[in-house]
Design a binder for this molecule. Structure first.
Ligand SMILES: *[C@@H]1O[C@H](CO)[C@@H](O)[C@H](O)[C@H]1NC(C)=O
Ligand SMILES: *[C@@H]1O[C@H](CO)[C@@H](O)[C@H](O)[C@H]1NC(C)=O
Ligand SMILES: *[C@@H]1O[C@H](CO)[C@@H](O)[C@H](O)[C@H]1NC(C)=O
Ligand SMILES: *[C@@H]1O[C@H](CO)[C@@H](O)[C@H](O)[C@H]1NC(C)=O
Ligand SMILES: *[C@@H]1O[C@H](CO)[C@@H](O)[C@H](O)[C@H]1NC(C)=O
Ligand SMILES: *[C@@H]1O[C@H](CO)[C@@H](O)[C@H](O)[C@H]1NC(C)=O
Ligand SMILES: *[C@@H]1O[C@H](CO)[C@@H](O)[C@H](O)[C@H]1NC(C)=O
Length: 467
């Protein structure tokens, strides 16, 4: 691919590169460009990256309006050379003003960017809300991870410039940013947003209710609320069951333990529910009836009685189950994780009960390595079932002689495994011996008697003969 760089630009570039302070380096194999720019004086080194598919700007401050207006023309010219879509543009550990953001968005207007990300970013200043000239940037996904004083969502109605594109986003990730809500007015404008991640923020139940007001996020399919301050399952259900396209919901790492039984019904669209690490001791809530993937791992559950006709994946890792018999009716279950539970044994019948089972994870369990357990597990691992973490994760806890040994390596002798049978055999043999001895003694006595009689008789004869 040949490129034509205007001569004037070429001069600028070479000069800038000579005085470069930091700058960009291009990894041809990954098509990744990494720039560390203290400021914009060496921004032209980005020319070396016009073949990149991902761009990363590390460190620096982009706040001085005059400085980047100086580079406006150069920037536009360089970026105009990028014709391929960019998979990702990342700003990390930077301080950015809203005005810079506007300029940047204007520069990249013609470039399709799948994801624009800001990591560890401090947003400064207040924009004068100049409307964007030309068409809005073609950005599908916006990520803000650990952004501080991010003002866009509190004041987004002020930003006539931003709304032309921000409300066209399909994915929004806004995590670790001390967010405690999105104004209802703003939520309603995300007409095409299908994936929203608000994990690791300060959201409480009321904040979710107000953010997901009637008409908010009408197209939402995936919602992650991992690690916030949610406490009431029922409130969350009442709020979110208005979202009739919601397919995936992640509520993991919230404290839902205090909630009483909920009779709230979820939308039929919901197929994945993540309740991992939510302090659950019992489960009296109504679960989504079309649920295909249910994650209940890292709770305090010891029993379940569910009936989920579409369930394919059930995660029960790190709970308090001592058995998996009668956990529920799941006719389509394919994947079951029960690792880290205080069970002692795993019976073939318990797993065979689920006819479509293909993958089991049952490591990290204090197995009692009885003959039947060792036999069953070893046999099952050779069948069509896949045992995850086999063989390293499957270790005997007792008897003492086998403690610490892998189940796959346990070799129990014929004698040890057939103790009952052998005992019966020994009993029978002993009995036979006893009977034989008794018979023998009896016979011996009898023959002794007859011999004596014979002897007496012969003696009599002898005497008669002698006489
Ligand atoms: C968040 O970003 C700030 C800089 O903006 C940084 O100092 C801090 O270490 C980051 N925190 C985390 C948890 O990443
Ligand atoms: C964000 O900050 C944290 C903590 O300082 C650091 O560990 C992480 O690597 C930073 N992220 C990026 C993409 O630089
Ligand atoms: C979030 O909810 C808490 C508790 O109800 C409330 O005090 C706070 O103001 C709410 N925050 C927002 C942004 O609505
Ligand atoms: C919501 O938007 C309407 C009209 O756009 C406006 O009148 C109202 O004040 C807004 N409400 C809030 C809480 O911003
Ligand atoms: C549920 O969330 C946890 C994190 O909280 C994650 O590790 C796990 O993979 C999620 N489960 C599913 C099935 O996505
Ligand atoms: C969860 O909430 C319950 C009751 O509301 C409380 O007793 C418990 O300490 C909380 N657990 C955590 C880990 O915060
Ligand atoms: C399980 O639930 C069904 C109804 O959903 C009920 O009839 C049955 O008695 C329950 N079983 C146990 C062991 O609680």
């Amino acid at each position: 691919m040949t490129m034509r760089i205007p001569f004037s630009l070429f001069l600028i570039i070479t000069q800038k590169i000579l005085w470069a302070n930091g700058g960009c380096s291009y990894n041809k194999d990954l098509r990744h460009c990494s720039c560390s720019l203290v400021d914009l004086t060496n921004v032209m080194s980005i020319v070396s990256c016009i073949q990149a598919s991902s761009l990363e700007f590390q460190g620096g401050r982009f706040v001085d309006t005059e400085e980047y207006s100086l580079h406006n023309v150069e920037m536009e010219q360089v970026l105009a050379m990028i014709h391929l879509p960019l998979s990702k543009v990342v700003f990390a550990n930077v301080v950015i003003s809203e005005e810079f953001l506007f300029s940047f968005l204007n520069w990249v207007q013609r470039i399709q960017i799948n994801m624009l990300a800001f990591v560890n970013t401090t947003f400064e200043g207040k924009s004068n809300s100049q409307p964007m000239v030309g068409s809005p940037p073609q950005i599908l996904s916006l990520q803000v991870i650990n952004g501080s004083s991010y003002p866009l969502f509190d004041r987004v109605s002020d930003f006539t410039g931003l709304r032309s594109w921000i409300f066209k986003l399909e994915e929004l990730i806004l995590t670790k940013s001390q967010l405690s809500g999105i104004p209802c007015n703003t939520s309603r404008q995300f007409k095409v947003l299908s994936s929203l991640d608000l994990s690791e923020n300060l959201l409480q139940d009321e904040n979710v209710s107000s953010s997901f007001c009637q008409g908010a996020f009408p197209n939402i399919k995936t919602l992650k609320l991992h690690h916030n301050y949610l406490i009431n399952f029922d409130t969350i259900c009442q709020t979110l069951n208005k979202e009739n396209q919601l397919k995936h919901l992640d509520l993991s790492r919230n404290n839902l333990s205090s909630a009483a039984a909920s009779l709230c019904e979820w939308q039929p669209s919901l197929t994945l529910l993540n309740l991992s690490d939510t302090g659950l001791k019992e489960l009296h809530h109504i679960l989504p009836r079309n649920c295909e993937i249910l994650d209940l791992s890292y709770n305090k559950l010891y029993a379940l009685n569910l009936s989920l006709p579409s369930l394919r994946e059930l995660h029960l890792s790190h709970n308090l189950f001592t058995t998996i018999s009668s956990i529920g009716i799941f006719p389509l279950l394919q994947i079951l994780a029960i690792d880290g539970n205080p069970m002692k044994t795993l019976q073939r019948g318990q797993l065979q009960y689920f006819r479509h089972m293909s993958t089991v994870r049952a490591d990290n369990i204090p197995y009692i390595c009885s003959c039947s357990l060792v036999h069953d597990i070893n046999e099952m691992t050779m069948s069509s079932l896949t045992f995850q973490q086999w063989p390293d994760g499957y270790v005997c806890d007792s008897p003492d002689s086998l403690k610490g040994q892998r189940v796959s390596e346990v070799e129990l002798s014929f004698f040890e495994c057939h103790k009952p049978l052998l005992s019966v055999l020994i009993c029978i043999v002993s009995l036979l011996v006893v009977v034989a001895v008794v018979v023998c003694i009896h016979k011996f006595h009898q023959s002794k008697k007859t011999r004596l009689q014979n002897l007496q008789r012969s003696n009599v004869c002898n005497m008669q003969f002698q006489t």
